[in-house]
Design a protein around this ligand. Structure first.
Ligand SMILES: *[C@@H]1O[C@H](CO)[C@@H](O)[C@H](O)[C@H]1NC(C)=O
Ligand SMILES: *[C@@H]1O[C@H](CO)[C@@H](O)[C@H](O)[C@H]1NC(C)=O
Ligand SMILES: *[C@@H]1O[C@H](CO)[C@@H](O)[C@H](O)[C@H]1NC(C)=O
Ligand SMILES: *[C@@H]1O[C@H](CO)[C@@H](O)[C@H](O)[C@H]1NC(C)=O
Length: 466
C-alpha cells in the first residue's frame, strides 16, 4: 500500500504544480462583459476603453459603479464558464442571417445606446464580478436556476443579486458548443421573462470566468504593443521579408496585404498546374497593377492584375472585404466575402466569410489560407469554375479597414484556438491520464502479489512457534 500512497502523493504534487501554472496563465486572459437594464432604464455612459485594452479589476469596479449608478437594484448575473468575443462572431448570426444567431434573447434585450460592452476584461477581474455587484447593493448573492426563480416572489424595492451559472462546452465539438450556447440563451430569455411577468425591473450582467479561446499576444496591458504590427515583430526574426502590398486611395493607404507565398493552381488534363505569384506580387521594386481596386468605410476591394499566368493573357485576383456592425457584439467586424480569380473573362469564386473575419480595427492573420477541403475558402457556387482552381496563401495577413500608415494593426489570428493555454490543458490531461495509468498499474501489481489467497496455489507455510 505504501507504493499506492506514494503514487497519490506524486499525483497531488503534479496537480498542484499544474494548478499553479494555470493560475499564472490565467492572469493575462480576457473575457467579454456586457451589462444592460430592463426597459426604461439606461446605464450611465462610461468612457469605454480603447479597442485592445484589457480592463483590470480596478477599472472594472469603476466602470460598474458608474454604469449601474442609476439602474434597478435587482441584479441578475449570468456567469458562463467560458466565453470569448469569438463566440459572438462564430455563433452570433454575424454572417448576415439573424435566425442563425444563438444569442437571440440576448440580442433582443440589448439596446446598444443604453448598455455597457467591454470586449476584453481580464478574467481574474471577471471572476470577482459577483463580489463587485454584491458591494453595489450590499446583499449576498443567491445562486439560482430559472425553476427556482419562478417560485421566488421578488420585490422590486428589495435589492437582490441573483446569479445564474451557465455551462460552456468547448473543444473540438463545434455542434455541441452551439447547442449549449443556445440553451444558455434560452435560460437568459426565461429569466428575463419571469422578471417581466413579476414586473420587477432589473440590471443584468453577462460574462464568464474563463475565455473559451485565448488571444495570443505579448502583453495586452501595454497599449503600445497593440499598435505594433505583427509584421514588425516578424521583421525582427526573418532576414528580409517583403513589405506588405499597399493600395492607396486619395493619397492614403487603405488596404494592406502580405503573404510569404501566394500560389494558384488549375486542374487541367488530369493534373494540377501551379503558378507561384509571390515574386510578381510582393517585393522591393515590384509594383503590381492594382487597377480596379477601391475602398470606402464599408467596402474594400483589392484587385491584382497579372499577365501571362498559366497561359492566360489577362489574369486577375480579387479580394473583397465588407465591414458591418453586429449588434450583439456592439462593434464592427470585417469579413472576406469574396476571393475571385478572373482569367480571360471566366471566373472562379470563393467565399471566405465563414472563416476570415476580424474586428474591423484589427488585421486578420493566418498561417495558411487556402481553398482546399475544410479550409477557409469555399467554392462560391457550382456554376462557376471554382472546382478547377486552388488558391493558397502562406503566412497571410490582410487589413482592409482602419489602416493607419504602412503597418498592420494588431492581428486577430486564425490559430488563436490552439494557444498555449489550450496546449497546456491538453498536456495536463495527458499527464493526468499517465499518472492515473501509473497508479492503476501499481494497484494491479499489488493485486497480483496477493497470490496466497489462491486456493489452487501452493499452501502457505506458517512457521510453527509452539
Ligand atoms: C416589498 O418590500 C417592502 C419593504 O420591505 C414592503 O413594504 C412591501 O410590502 C413589499 N411588497 C410586496 C409586494 O411584497
Ligand atoms: C492594369 O490592368 C488593367 C486591367 O487589366 C489594364 O487595363 C491596364 O492597362 C493595366 N495598367 C498597366 C500600367 O499595365
Ligand atoms: C462603398 O463602395 C461600394 C462599392 O463600390 C458601394 O456600393 C457603397 O455604396 C460605398 N459606400 C459608401 C458609404 O460610400
Ligand atoms: C458566403 O457564405 C455565407 C455563408 O454561407 C453567405 O451568407 C454569404 O452570402 C456568402 N457570400 C456571398 C458573397 O455569396
Amino acid at each position: 500500500m505504501a507504493a499506492v500512497g506514494r503514487v497519490c502523493v506524486n499525483a497531488r504534487m503534479i496537480l498542484h504544480v499544474f494548478i499553479c501554472l494555470f493560475a499564472a496563465a490565467k492572469s493575462d486572459e480576457q473575457v467579454p462583459l456586457v451589462a444592460w437594464a430592463s426597459d426604461g432604464f439606461v446605464l450611465s455612459p462610461v468612457n469605454a476603453p480603447s479597442a485592445g485594452h484589457t480592463v483590470s479589476m480596478d477599472e472594472l469596479e469603476s466602470y460598474l459603479n458608474t454604469a449601474l449608478s442609476a439602474t434597478p437594484h435587482n441584479l441578475l448575473l449570468f456567469l458562463q464558464d467560458k466565453l470569448s468575443v469569438d463566440d459572438f462572431t462564430m455563433y452570433g448570426g454575424v454572417f448576415g442571417n439573424k435566425q442563425d444567431s444563438v444569442f437571440q434573447n440576448l440580442e433582443a434585450a440589448l439596446v446598444p445606446s443604453s448598455s455597457l460592452w467591454l470586449p476584453s476584461v481580464s478574467s481574474s477581474a471577471a471572476a470577482l464580478v459577483p463580489t463587485l455587484l454584491q458591494n453595489q447593493i450590499d446583499a449576498a448573492p443567491l445562486y439560482m436556476n430559472p425553476e427556482t426563480l419562478a417560485q421566488l416572489r421578488l420585490n422590486a424595492s428589495v435589492a437582490a443579486l441573483l446569479v445564474f451559472r451557465l455551462p460552456y462546452s468547448g473543444g473540438a465539438d463545434m455542434m455541441s458548443t452551439k447547442e449549449v450556447l443556445s440553451g444558455n440563451d434560452e435560460v437568459i430569455g426565461q429569466v428575463l421573462s419571469i422578471m417581466k411577468a413579476q414586473s420587477v425591473p432589473y440590471t443584468a450582467v453577462f460574462t464568464a470566468l474563463w475565455p473559451s479561446r485565448v488571444v495570443e499576444e505579448a502583453s495586452p496591458a501595454v497599449q503600445s504593443v497593440w499598435s505594433r504590427s505583427l509584421l514588425q515583430s516578424r521583421r525582427d526574426e526573418l532576414p528580409a521579408p517583403n513589405p506588405p502590398l499597399e493600395f492607396k486611395e486619395k493619397g492614403s493607404t487603405c488596404i494592406l496585404m502580405w503573404a510569404e507565398k501566394l500560389v494558384v493552381s488549375q486542374y487541367r488534363s488530369g493534373k494540377w498546374e501551379r503558378h507561384d505569384l509571390t515574386s510578381q506580387t510582393f517585393g522591393k521594386g515590384v509594383e503590381p497593377n492594382l487597377s480596379g481596386s477601391s475602398c470606402n468605410d464599408t467596402h474594400s476591394r483589392l484587385v491584382l492584375n497579372y499577365e501571362d499566368v498559366l497561359n492566360f493573357r489577362s489574369f486577375k485576383l480579387l479580394l473583397v472585404m465588407n465591414r458591418r456592425h453586429y449588434k450583439v457584439s456592439a462593434r464592427h467586424w470585417f469579413t472576406m466575402d469574396l476571393v475571385q480569380l478572373e482569367y480571360d473573362g471566366k471566373k472562379a469564386s470563393f467565399n471566405g466569410s465563414r472563416h476570415i473575419y476580424a474586428p474591423s480595427e484589427y488585421s486578420y492573420r493566418c498561417e495558411s489560407v487556402s481553398s482546399s477541403y475544410y479550409a477557409q475558402l469555399s467554392p462560391h457556387s457550382d456554376k462557376d469554375n471554382a472546382n478547377d482552381w486552388q488558391i493558397s496563401f502562406e503566412n497571410f495577413q490582410i487589413q482592409g479597414f482602419n489602416v493607419a500608415g504602412k503597418d498592420f494593426s494588431y492581428a486577430s489570428d486564425c490559430a488563436s484556438f490552439f494557444t498555449p493555454g489550450i496546449w497546456m490543458g491538453l498536456v495536463t490531461s495527458l499527464l493526468m491520464v499517465l499518472v492515473l495509468t501509473y497508479g492503476l498499474h501499481m494497484i494491479m501489481q499489488l493485486r497480483t502479489m496477493d497470490r496466497f489467497d489462491d486456493p489452487k496455489g501452493p499452501a502457505i507455510s506458517v512457521p510453527q512457534t509452539e
